[in-house]
Ligand binder design. Structure first.
Ligand code: SAH
Length: 526
């Protein structure tokens, strides 16, 4: 007789479950608290199944003849959290070991190892008991998900038998993209939501499955209506639209005195939030030399404190709404400017703002980054430090000078031409196979060359002055140590610039022309 059912008959071999191909598994979260789960067979895999059941609040009964158990299972048995029937499985176990409430039928069965797994699986299914058989998907009425749990937040991934390693990898990637503490945030938001609903005395619709019922006004921020229901709707809206990081940082206590106007006001996002600071490197000048980490930090900052040296092309990437404070560093004011900048940063941190300290090049290479780190740490705000492309290594590169080159230069020294409080620093030794980069040196180039001379540096050592590296007006002067002072005097200076000295300067490009120096203008871009 033809079936009257509108659904196709389940395909496959009788007794064996049909494959899912073409269908989707029904993903659910099962409440197993107080259930009785049966574990048939003992092996290290049994331990992980057992733990899943215990985590879910079920009681576990292990059925296995006497054997040496995996350590974790034995521990559970010793402490009484798991009961072990030391014998072989019999089919009546399925209908006698369960809870009274469900006529002693067990609630779920894990078969880890048993020669009659197929028969037991069939029996379970006749009883409508969910069953899972290790490595036998065709005997499983349910399978496990690669899962992640943090507080009430659970994430599960399945590829439906197409690779559990792949599923775990996908789960890891998903989890890595989430802010830390999201599960705790779910708990806090849930608590607030329940309280607001209680106060409002109604049940708002904002469950995931009902989101398709959104009305045309759903996207509009709440602005009017009854205060109490507005709070509930506001909460569901921020859950929908706010970046997860902001939801994680949301301080529920701070929302006590919530008003609808707060929704878009910055106060709602920073109030009660702890300030954070990042010291970030802007690179030598060209905006494409910013790292994506630095760019993201600039884009999400509430306040940017920038060095005077950071070029406009980089500053332009800061969103217009974000206030930018540029250090007023000029000769004689360096200390005062630094103090003012740090004070501003600290004040903003105390207001709960996200502060970015934007520094030229790399923050720790002659950028006082370490001092700033200590300052903010002392005041209770430990900075995140993001590296930057340092001019010390990139400026030579943009001038076609390989800092190391086999047979020519096997080491690089980065040093400064200016010491503390303007004192000349001790000049470095001459090493024939070394490339030496002097930052902050060009304003006293004659003095520096003289000092190097006294240390035995040959005056015919190739060198280059690289200015505004990676900027449109980049300039390179190639010459030798004995002539570099005269060259700078003639061509003038175009700060910021540095001096590179060593044979590597003559490797890719050579010849100093009639004057003893050649000048190259411009930056080609990437
Ligand atoms: N933290 C920075 C250096 C700060 S000290 C970095 O890692 O690059 C400032 C000195 O850096 C300047 O005096 C100059 O010598 C050098 N400098 C910075 N940007 C430069 C650029 N685009 N081209 C050449 N030199 C640069």
């Amino acid at each position: 007789m033809p079936s009257l059912s509108p659904y196709p008959a389940a395909p496959g071999v009788p007794g064996v479950l049909p494959t899912l191909s073409g269908y989707a598994g029904l993903l659910t979260s099962r409440n197993s608290v107080g259930e009785t789960h049966l574990l048939i067979g003992a092996s290290p895999l049994a331990a992980s199944r057992l733990q899943k059941s215990l985590d879910a609040g079920a009681k576990v009964i292990l059925i296995s003849p006497p054997t040496e158990l995996p350590y974790s299972i034995q521990t559970h048995i010793n402490s009484g959290t798991v009961i072990w029937h030391q014998r072989s499985f019999t089919s009546t176990d399925l209908t006698t070991l369960g809870r009274q409430e469900v006529e002693n039928i067990v609630d779920l069965v894990w078969i880890v190892s048993h020669p009659d797994a197929a028969e037991i699986s069939r029996h379970c299914r006749r009883l409508r008991v969910p069953v899972n058989v290790v490595d036998k998907p065709e005997l499983c009425s349910f399978t496990l998900l690669a899962s992640y749990t943090q507080g009430p937040l659970q994430i599960g991934v399945t590829t439906q038998g197409n690779g559990c390693k792949l599923a775990s990898r996908i789960r890891r990637e998903i989890v890595a993209g989430l802010p830390a503490g999201l599960g705790d945030a779910c708990a806090r938001i849930g608590k607030l939501r329940r309280r607001l609903i209680e106060e409002a005395g109604e049940t708002p619709i904002d469950d995931a499955d009902e989101a398709t019922d959104q009305t045309a006004t759903f996207n509009n921020f709440v602005t009017e209506g009854e205060e109490k229901t507005r709070r509930v709707r506001w909460l569901s809206q921020i859950c929908e639209y706010w970046p997860l990081e902001k939801l994680v940082g949301l301080d529920m206590e701070a929302l006590e005195g919530f008003h609808a106007e707060d929704i878009q006001a910055p106060a709602a996002t920073t109030e009660g939030k702890r300030g954070t600071i990042a010291l970030i490197g802007a690179g030598p000048g060209h905006p494409e030399l910013l790292t994506t980490a630095s760019l993201r930090a600039m884009e999400t900052a509430d306040l940017v404190l920038a060095d005077k040296l950071v070029p406009a092309a980089v500053l332009e990437l800061i969103p217009r709404r974000t206030p930018v404070f540029i250090a007023k560093k000029f000769p004689g004011n360096a200390e005062a400017a630094q103090e003012e900048l740090l004070a501003r940063g600290l004040a903003a941190l105390k207001e709960g703002q996200t502060v970015v300290r934007l520094k030229q090049g790399d923050p720790y290479i002659y950028g006082r980054g370490g001092e700033e780190y200590l300052f903010f740490e002392k005041h209770g705000y430990v900075p995140k430090v993001l590296p930057g492309v340092t001019s010390a290594l990139s400026a030579p590169m943009f001038a076609a000078i390989p800092a190391t080159q086999r047979g020519v230069s096997d080491q690089v020294l980065i040093c400064t031409g200016t010491g503390r409080k303007g004192e000349p620093p001790v000049p470095p030794e001459y090493v024939a196979t070394r490339t030496t980069v002097f930052l902050m040196a060009l304003h006293r180039i004659d003095k520096l060359v003289e000092e190097l001379g006294t240390k035995g540096w040959p005056m015919d050592t190739p060198c280059a002055v690289v200015e505004r590296a990676s900027c449109a007006d980049q300039r390179v002067v190639r010459t030798t140590l004995g002539v570099v002072g005269a060259a700078i005097e003639e061509v003038g200076s175009r700060p910021p610039g540095l001096l590179v000295v060593g044979k590597a300067c003559g490797v890719l490009k050579g010849g100093w022309g009639e004057k003893g120096w050649v000048v190259e203008e411009g930056f080609d871009g990437f």
